[in-house]
Ligand binder design. Sequence first.
Ligand SMILES: O=P(O)(O)OC[C@H]1O[C@H](OP(=O)(O)OP(=O)(O)O)[C@H](O)[C@@H]1O
Ligand SMILES: Nc1ncnc2[nH]cnc12
Length: 255
Amino acid sequence: MSSTADVAQTLAPSSQRDQDPLPSAAIAAPIDGTTPSASTTDATASSALSHDASGRQPAAASSRAAELASTKMSLYGALKRFPDFPIPGINFIDIMPLFQDPVIHLALLRALELQVLEFSAALAGNASLAKPDVVVGLDARGFLFGPSLALRLNASFVPVRKQGKMPGPCVTAAYEKEYGTDYFQMQEGAVKPGQKVLVVDDIIATGGSAAAAGALVKQLGGELIGYLFILEIPFLKGRDKLEGVPTVTLLETDD
Ligand SMILES: O=P(O)(O)OC[C@H]1O[C@H](OP(=O)(O)OP(=O)(O)O)[C@H](O)[C@@H]1O
Ligand SMILES: Nc1ncnc2[nH]cnc12
């Protein structure tokens, strides 16, 4: 009899495709290859993202793109899938191996930073957009990298949790996901009215979880400036539920 480990398969790289941009200058992050610090500013990001007078990307931008492409290949290589988990018919994509090896873990965080910079670059100069004040991570896998990413972006981290896990007054949203119904909550006051919020999670499948989180952010008065995911399953059309909010994913697979 085969164990679940036996049926785990490494994901093959899928083709890259255009993705909706995150807002310009929305997210400041270190791009110079040094250890990220919490003092990175919008000015740091926007100067690094500027195109030169001829309209070409500066060397820093193209080397960032090359680094991102190569890192994505490594990340794909670490993912595994498990057919018929947690229920028959679901091809479960396991992101946990990304955190088992410190080298891959670091590469993931770096790739997330680079990805948001890539899309920020596409809209550089749009003054109405700003870096997030808050990174909101979804229970439970969004907690694995949300706080680390928030630190790199010099933003706060706030959780969205499954119902009944947090004390005090909460706002609640019901949602459907690929394999069932659930309820998400945020603590009242966790996001202040007018704060710019980036919602992050490991996977967007049907988009139900992410849409519910976005609804909670808006209920608290936050400005939802974007979504960021490690992996998208495009055939499930999760983006359709996100109402045109800028959405970035590092990787994708329909397999
Ligand atoms: O796009 P959707 O169809 O909503 O599916 C995506 C969500 O499903 C998974 O979480 P899950 O609810 O299984 O919880 P977990 O993170 O606690 O394992 C995943 O981590 C996403 O949050
Ligand atoms: N296919 C899938 N694999 C892993 N996590 C998921 N969350 C929703 N769908 C999933």
